[in-house]
Ligand binder design. Sequence first.
Ligand code: HSE
Length: 340
Amino acid sequence: MINIAIFGFGTVGSGVADVIRNNQAEITKTLGEGVNVKYILDIRDIPGVVNDINIIVNDPEVKIACETMGGKKPAYEYTKLALERGISVCTSNKELVDAHGVELSEIAREHNCSYLFEASVGGGIPLLRTIREAFGHERVSRIAGILNGTCNYILTNMKAGKDYATALSEAQANGYAERNPAADVEGHDTARKIAILASLVSGQKFSYEQVSCEGITGVTQKDIADAEADGMAVKLLGVYEAEGPSVVVAPYLVPKSSPLYAVNDVFNGVMVTGNMVDDVMFYGRGAGKNPTASAVVSDVIECAKNQGRNIHTGFADLKPVASVNAPSKPAGRKFRVLGE
Ligand code: HSE
């Protein structure tokens, strides 16, 4: 049995416990042994849950922790404490990866354990691992992605006639939105995700503050109807271009000819362009309890298979990118058009 801990028992953390309980047979088949949730840590007083991080990091039986708390405090401190004891950490926390991912990856390397963050981008899509393993030899020129499930859910439902506020409250009720949904609708969540992707493929650290960022709060039902009349859909995209380099988050007009046009509801779609492989499209649920938890558990399995060694993600070696371009919008247009 591999003993793990879950830090944070909210939507994703409770999902991790569910995935491990429901799919224990599949996990055991893959690993050759089972996974046991020995501790759940939460700041709230919940029966069966511990409140003191030291109980967990001082237990030599704990090999892996899932950090599903979100935010920087206390997730940064808890992650650091775990890694310093050689406990690998698997996280869904894009804010922490964006802000401290390089430092935490260095600490993991120093202590022969791993810091993995598959669930931080693209929900249930096996995106980061695939890029890391299958695109390592590619020169990635561009990534264009629908990376926020909440915004895509809102825009899809507005197209179907729902108003913005109703669509947002449904996204919240479904467990898609951040605790503060402003991070979703103002584009900051997408900015963090595209910055992580840009860092992964470029070998330079992009941070979310360097992303030119506009959300969906200014998108109206008329904009969506006008786009539809022109054979396009309004989608919130994160776009990284190696040339420049530039990283933009904004509502784009996506033509019907693009596979991103058909990515609706909570689904994410990410188009990665390599110099040899050309366009590769990833698609799956971008938010929600089970898909996100499934991505966390995929990292748990990778860490369990690599106990006592560091899984190289490239993040520990990243140096800050020197400068990032902020391309201006074409004059007289409310939205950029994807591909122009
Ligand atoms: N609030 C995020 C989203 C959760 O809607 O995509 C998944 O990162």
